[in-house]
Design a protein around this ligand. Sequence first.
Ligand SMILES: [Zn+2]
Ligand SMILES: [Zn+2]
Length: 64
Amino acid sequence: MKAQREWCRNMNHRRSDAPVRHCPNCGETVNMNIPAKKCSDNEHAESRMNRNKYCVHCGLQLMK
Ligand SMILES: [Zn+2]
Ligand SMILES: [Zn+2]
């Protein structure tokens, strides 16, 4: 997991106040101040359609 940060170019990693808790590209926590959310399957399906690899709310892996 740690090695992924090296190549993840998602802009959320560069922000100190990222609008989401998890990076949609690598799933790493980018803003710990945002509380983790319990998502529904619907939200994950929607997130998947937005081509997110990981859920930005809970960090769950959406694509394999
Ligand atoms: Zn990332
Ligand atoms: Zn989620």
